[in-house]
Design a protein around this ligand. Structure first.
Ligand code: ATP
Ligand code: MG
Length: 491
């Protein structure tokens, strides 16, 4: 269909260095109008940097970026935006005091705020965009009250409002359910049908393959394969450096004392956010040495549950740790007691280096133990060793996730709470993390409470599984029964 037409976006010999690191090396590709190019590669391979270079957020060291024949390489972001490139960020940054509709209106008129009030056609346009991306029912709400997927929709809407010829979409599927992925795919497919050129980055390999016309794979900043999704995913180098293998079930060590007093006992816990019931009479327990997964979609209440356990939000009901009630204890006291929470939001110290973040985690350990622990973590996540001196805020999305997990492990937790650890990780890293958790259980007395939407990751490790839906526990059982009784909708 688009074979004969000239490319809308043409990138040649694009390179970007950060100090001694070559993040993007001699990358080139073309995208025609009405075409979607997938960009895949392991964490830190340079995908987001390519997008930042196209958008003018970072300046390339060399290379050409030609948009409909005009070389825009090195232009400032606002000029590039005006010229016709738009980006959908992974992390939404809406104006919090404005409604959804007002946020879209502002994107429609970035240069003339005054006309915003005056022009009724702007209102109509904004409403049309809101409806199109599925925000029709919530356009008068403030972004802070929206669920996760809707915040993503708002980012799509803002990008659309500027009517870009080229749309850059960075990890739109991360953290979404399968149904939401299907829905977002349709929206992105809509961009293609309108004749826009789309560059799509995501670690959801199936989602990407189903949507794109072609795929380009990167590794360490360089081009390693290009072609149809099928061919690229079969490419031996891509398989080795990116795809990894299947996540395996392991024979689990027998947990003794299951009948005794649980290490963690959550009974009838409720959490209110204003008038909204975020957790409703939730009861779960975890025995020493157990691996328990809480499975649930975004917004089901997993993070709230973990925040209640680690003392971040007040709760009703009872949470007992080693037999004593946690009520009234500070976050720090709870952490010192051995409950280490690795939050979905990562909470890294952005202006500190990788090493400083890790050292903070391990500052309480004797020097020798700290060194051993650090060596083990560097073996687990070699990239962190290579980036010891880099500021955490400049790490790629997946690298930040690895650092957050590593820092939690530096604390040598008795109970490790992992909230959506798989978010943003390349398949090959998921496999590594899975193996690491297995080894951790074999070699240490650790107890794990895992919150996941990704059941292919959550089930193989779990001794027991809880399903959290709409603030309540709706199912409990062993992973073997999950597929039969709960599978639909999750698998
Ligand atoms: N400002 C910076 N200073 C130093 N290094 C940086 C900077 N920005 C990015 N990097 C490094 O460049 C590499 C490429 O990062 P980029 O964010 O492009 O990766 P990515 O392919 O998007 O990875 P992910 O899949 O994890 O999001 C990473 O190793 C990252 O740590
Ligand atoms: Mg990225």
């Amino acid at each position: 269909m688009t074979e004969g037409t000239a490319p809308l976006l043409e990138v040649e010999h694009l390179s970007k260095r950060f100090g001694g690191l070559v993040a993007v090396k001699d990358i080139g590709f073309k995208i025609r109008a009405g075409e979607i190019l997938g960009l895949i590669g392991p964490n830190g391979s340079g995908k987001s940097t390519v997008m930042k270079l196209l958008m003018g957020i970072e300046r390339p060291n060399s290379g050409r970026i030609s948009l409909a024949g005009v070389d825009i390489a090195g232009w400032p972001t606002h000029r590039i935006a005006r010229q016709g490139i738009g980006i959908v960020f992974q992390h939404s940054r809406p104006l919090r005091r404005q409604t959804v509709l007002e946020n879209i209106k502002l994107a429609l008129l970035p240069d003339s705020l005054l006309r915003l009030v005056a022009d009724p056609s702007v209102n109509d346009k904004a409403q049309a965009i809101a409806t199109r991306v599925g925000l029709g029912a919530v356009m008068h709400r403030r972004p802070t009250t929206l669920p996760f997927a809707d915040l993503r929709r708002l980012e799509l809407a803002k990008a659309l409002a500027r009517d870009p010829q080229v749309v850059l979409v960075d990890e739109p599927f991360a953290g979404l359910t399968q149904a939401e992925v299907a829905n977002f795919s349709e929206l992105i497919d809509g961009f293609r049908q309108e004749g826009r050129a789309v560059l799509l980055v995501d670690h959801n390999v199936k989602g990407v393959a189903a949507l794109v016309d072609r795929v380009l794979a990167m590794y360490l900043g360089e081009h390693i394969a290009e072609g149809s999704a099928e061919d690229v995913m079969q490419d031996p180098t891509v398989r080795r450096v990116y795809m990894g293998g299947k996540i395996e079930s392991h024979a689990r060590p027998e947990v003794e004392l299951r009948s005794g007093e649980p290490l963690l006992d959550v009974r009838g816990v409720g959490v209110l956010y204003g008038k909204a019931q975020a957790l409703d009479a939730v009861s779960i327990h975890v025995h020493e040495g157990e691996f328990v997964s809480v499975v649930g979609l975004n917004g089901a209440g997993k993070t709230t549950l973990f925040n209640a356990i680690s003392g971040i939000v007040p709760h009703s009901g009872e949470i007992k740790w080693g037999g004593s009630d946690l009520r009234g204890r500070s976050v720090a006291e709870i952490a010192r007691g051995g409950i280490v929470h690795c939050p979905e939001s990562r909470e890294l110290f952005g202006y500190m280096t990788v090493r400083e973040n890790l050292d903070l985690g391990g500052h309480h350990l004797p020097a020798a133990t700290r060194a051993t622990q650090l060596a083990w973590l560097f073996e687990l996540f070699p990239i962190l060793e290579a980036r010891q001196g880099q500021h955490a805020r400049t790490l790629s999305g997946g690298e930040q996730q690895m650092l957050a997990i590593a820092r939690a492990l530096m604390l040598q937790p008795r109970l490790l709470i992992l909230d959506e650890p798989t978010l943003g990780l390349a398949p090959v890293i998921l496999e590594q993390l899975s193996k690491a958790l297995h080894r951790l259980r074999e070699t240490t007395p650790i107890t794990v409470l895992l919150g996941e939407q990704n059941v292919t990751f959550a089930l193989p490790h779990a001794d027991r599984v809880y399903v959290l839906e709409n603030s309540r526990i709706v199912w409990e059982g062993d992973p073997g029964r999950f597929a039969r009784e709960m599978g639909t909708g999750y698998l």
